[in-house]
Write a protein that binds this ligand. Structure first.
Ligand code: ADP
Ligand code: ZN
Length: 529
């Protein structure tokens, strides 16, 4: 049975990536999907925007037959189906807005087994012909969206929703998944009893992990920053250090070991036996650090992971949340620490632009990165930001870095204009690789080889930025990237203007930035005591 379960997990993840283009599941999704894929019933409570749709869409794609989705949101069906079709999913709907011919085409497709998903308005089930139709095809699952409609607290669709309890009697072997964003205990109990889902697994997605202290700090010397964190706050603790590349995994595991911290590498390039052995030791022994690529962690359930450290920027908030979520499963205080720098942003942007997939896929990836950057540059509570991202609200936690050391903001309009004017001047030589570092050198008036070679010491902007230090300029450029006020050109990685840059250059838009706390780690640590 466990083999079947992990197979379900593998196929679910493969579908998430291939069809939907996402890299990681959101909280709860994976367990829910595995339950339904393996034929179990589920009752799902998740906030709006939390990602309920994938919980039935992926099982419908993985299982044989058509997933029947009961949804009262008739006005949205066309959009939902269009969006799925754009991803290559075979989807259709049946509701009262269609004419006879449209309905007949969809019905024929369903009977012929040509649909992965069929959306049905609840009132359709009142019609005996619909039930007869469903009998003629193969059904992979029933998804009951907006399941709180069965509740007594009055909804137009209540009578139709109450009829849904009959589905199970007629199709006892077809798994059912009921979903709602309405989170009260009472509503959940009523849904379970009305729909006969008492035996179903209940999933209440909670996105809040109050025992995790979220900290994100600018990367200056990642190795030293990590070592400082481990030596001052996590001596002898078990933890996970995530790196983007295999090479970086090896390097950092070695570095920690040399500095008296027992660390094991884990990445897909290692011999399978070594990998399994390292994982087993991490699970079994106390106080080991594992340095890993994101390949590590799927299905790892070690309760006492005291810290998760990221040395590179995750590609999405989903990934960040999932990876940091491996800390503190035992509920004890734990640290989620991330160091990120200008180069991270540049690298990820280049990876997205040069990566696989069509324009829509790249745009989605780019939006995910933007959300991650917004979290990094946030001036408010990190936890609140995370909760908001997943559609939940919260109060400032008093425990994250921004709560403990509220970042100051400053008016960076003038430095922003300096960077953008330099970008404009270099734009004419776009074939050359003038990255962020070169721009900072020009602003600081450094006569290095590259500056001299291209005669950039004769530019008007040469040396006009000596009020800020090198690190401060890098922070400015990084935040300009995060705010979408400059972009990275994909071929050579030069900085280029965006649509929004003009407003700044013309002085029509003020640019506020986060001031870097000098020693964020040390201060947060002190405050935490
Ligand atoms: P809900 O039905 O719970 O309100 P949706 O299913 O519409 O939420 O999902 C909200 C948004 O989150 C959608 O844009 C969806 O594509 C996105 N989303 C869902 N799951 C993931 C994931 N694992 N990774 C990235 N984005 C996701
Ligand atoms: Zn906070």
């Amino acid at each position: 049975a466990s083999g079947g379960m992990s197979d379900a997990a593998g196929r679910a993840l493969e579908t998430l990536r291939r069809v939907f283009g996402y890299d990681a599941f959101r909280p709860g999704q994976q367990e829910i999907i595995e339950t339904v894929v393996s034929g179990g019933d589920a009752l799902v409570l998740m906030p709006t925007g939390g990602g309920k749709s994938l919980c039935y869409q992926i099982p419908a794609l993985v299982r044989r037959g058509t997933g029947i989705v009961i949804s009262p949101l008739i006005a949205l069906m066309q959009d939902q189906v269009d969006a799925l079709r754009a991803l290559g999913v075979r989807a259709g709907f049946l509701n009262s807005t269609q004419d006879f011919d449209e309905r007949r085409v969809t019905e024929a497709q369903f009977v012929a087994g040509e649909l992965d998903l069929l959306y049905l308005a609840p009132e359709r089930l009142r019609v005996p012909a619909t039930v007869e139709l469903l009998d003629r095809g193969t059904i992979s699952l029933f998804a009951i969206d907006e399941a709180h409609c069965v509740s007594q607290w009055g909804h137009d669709f209540r009578p139709d929703y109450l009829m849904l309890s009959g589905l199970h009697e007629r199709w006892p072997d077809v798994p059912r998944i009921a979903l709602t964003a309405t989170a009260t205990e009472a509503t959940r109990a009523e849904i379970a009893s009305r729909l006969g889902l008492e035996q179903a697994r209940h999933f209440v997605a909670s996105f809040d992990r109050p025992n995790i202290q979220y900290r994100i700090e600018p990367k200056t010397d990642a190795k030293r920053q990590l070592l400082h964190l481990l030596q001052t706050e996590h001596k002898g603790d078990a933890g996970i250090v995530y790196c983007l590349s295999r090479n970086s995994v090896e390097k950092h595991a070695e570095f920690l070991t040399q500095n008296g911290i027992e660390a094991l590498p884990y990445h897909a390039g290692l011999d399978a036996q070594v990998r399994a052995a390292n994982q087993a030791r991490f699970l079994r022994e106390d106080g080991l650090v594992i340095v890993a690529t994101i390949a590590f962690g799927m299905g790892i359930d070690k309760p006492d992971v005291r810290f998760v450290a990221h040395l590179d920027l995750p590609k999405s908030v989903e990934g960040y949340y999932q990876e940091t979520g491996r800390a503190g499963r035992d509920g004890l205080p734990s640290t989620a620490w991330l160091a990120y720098g200008l180069q991270d942003v540049v690298n990820l942007r280049k990876m997205i632009d040069g990566g696989e997939g069509d324009a829509a896929h790249r745009r989605r990836q780019s939006q995910h990165l933007d959300a991650m950057l917004a979290l990094c540059e946030a001036v408010e509570c990190r936890r609140v930001q995370l909760l908001n991202y997943f559609g939940q609200s919260g109060e400032p936690c008093g425990n994250c870095d921004t709560c403990l050391t509220p970042p100051e903001t400053w008016d960076a309009t003038v430095p922003a204009q300096m960077v953008l004017s330099t970008v404009v001047r270099l734009d004419r030589e776009r074939r050359q690789k003038f990255g962020a570092g070169h721009i900072v050198d020009i602003l600081l008036g450094k006569k290095n080889a590259k500056v001299i070679q291209f005669d950039h010491d004769s530019l008007k902007v040469f040396g006009i930025g000596t009020d800020l230090r090198d690190a401060e300029w890098r922070a400015v450029v990084r935040q300009l990237l995060a705010q979408g006020l400059v972009a990275v050109e994909s071929n050579h990685g030069c900085l280029v203007l965006t649509d929004a840059s003009g407003d700044v250059l013309r002085g029509e838009r003020k640019v506020m930035m986060r001031r870097e706390p000098e020693r964020a780690t040390a201060r947060a640590a002190k405050a935490a005591k």
